[in-house]
Design a protein around this ligand. Structure first.
Ligand code: FES
Ligand SMILES: [Fe+2]
Length: 340
């Protein structure tokens, strides 16, 4: 049973998705971007402003709403700064406690504590939960373990705004069916196509697959011992996508839903430990190619996703998911269960 098409464009569905899905567990950003005191990632989830930041050496997630007159304390985006509101200078310290309120009278301040939320790190990735404490669950662990994910050194990041519902982005990365049709100038010449052999694996709400590159046309495996030509991909529900190409280049991307028809994808490329161990000239050649390749692939996907959003809005029935799209079927099953 496929998702109701209305869920791709109606505002009320996004509100319910916040309550049932995104408030439970959410990928926030890399641990490397939150390593130093004052590092922050500030974002909105279905409209609501949150910030995950390093305060006195501890990474935590807070309402990003000043206790004075509700200005956003950190600007949306990421960087390093004191946790201080730019409007009248109220400053927050460890645990989100109000530390300074210049020119203010303490008698007029009854609330001094920002709401904080559970925040955990796994394999160099940081996750937050607005309405639970993870209760010993390590987000994404089974799927990340299955693809042998190890965070390496990031070398490039970009963002890409989609005029499409977040579920269309998810569905697009869960199948290899579209590769020959959408990526004729990118994936296909590398030997990865719609008919490449693939193996799906399911881990709770998460899933992954390996696509075997039978052509092995990149020849990376011959140049770099230990490298392969295969492509592995993991989806950590609800908003994190990870892939590793040839055992050399990793791709971490995620989104935070903004509106029913608008989703900002942020992506980052990193070197796997295997690539990091290679000669500088090899590393820089592979990294340069990876940036160009990824930009091209995401641009190709963007066109069909934006067009599918238009079509879905006026479709006369639900999507007709095929057997080859098994990971989408699982996603729809989990989504429907959480939303019902
Ligand atoms: S609104 Fe933040 S200090 Fe006034
Ligand atoms: Fe694609």
């Amino acid at each position: 049973m496929s998702i109701d098409p209305k869920a791709y464009w109606q505002e009320e569905h996004l509100e319910k998705e916040y309550e049932r899905i995104f408030s439970r567990s959410l990928y926030v950003g890399t641990a490397a971007s939150l390593r130093a005191e004052g590092d922050y990632v500030s974002y909105r989830v279905c409209g609501r402003p949150f910030v995950t930041r390093n305060l006195a050496g501890t990474v935590g997630t807070f309402d990003n709403i000043c206790l004075h007159r509700a200005n956003l304390i950190d600007p949306i985006g990421q960087g390093n700064r004191p946790f201080r509101c730019g409007y009248h200078g109220w400053q927050y310290g460890a645990g989100g406690t109000l530390m300074r309120s210049p020119l203010a009278n303490d008698k007029c301040i009854s609330r001094k504590q920002l709401q904080s939320y559970a925040t955990v790190e796994n394999r160099g990735l940081v996750f937050a939960s607005i309405d639970n404490d993870f209760a010993g669950v390590v987000p994404g662990e089974a799927a990340l373990g299955a693809i042998g994910f190890e965070m390496g050194e990031a070398f490039h990041s970009e963002t890409l705004e989609h005029e499409a519902n977040w579920k269309l982005l998810v569905e697009n990365v869960l199948e290899s069916y579209h590769l020959s049709f959408v990526h004729g100038d990118s994936f296909v010449p590398t030997g990865i196509t719609s008919t490449s052999q693939f193996a799906n694996q399911y881990h709770g709400n998460d899933s992954c697959f390996t696509i075997t590159n039978k052509a092995g046309s990149s020849g990376k495996d011959k140049v770099i011992p230990g490298a392969s030509s295969d492509y592995v991909h993991a989806f950590v529900f609800p908003n994190l996508f990870i892939s590793i190409t040839g055992g050399l280049v990793g791709f971490v991307s995620h989104f935070k839903p903004e509106a029913p028809g608008r989703t900002l994808l942020e992506w980052q490329l990193f070197e796997t430990p295997l690539l990091q161990s290679q000669k500088a000239v090899v590393r820089s050649y592979i990294k340069k190619n990876a940036i160009e390749f990824t930009r091209k692939v995401l641009g190709e996907d963007l066109v069909v996703l934006n067009n599918s959003q238009i079509g879905t809005r006026y479709a006369r029935g639900a999507h007709q998911i095929q057997e080859i799209e098994g990971r989408i079927a699982q996603f729809h099953h989990i989504y429907s269960k959480m939303m019902s």
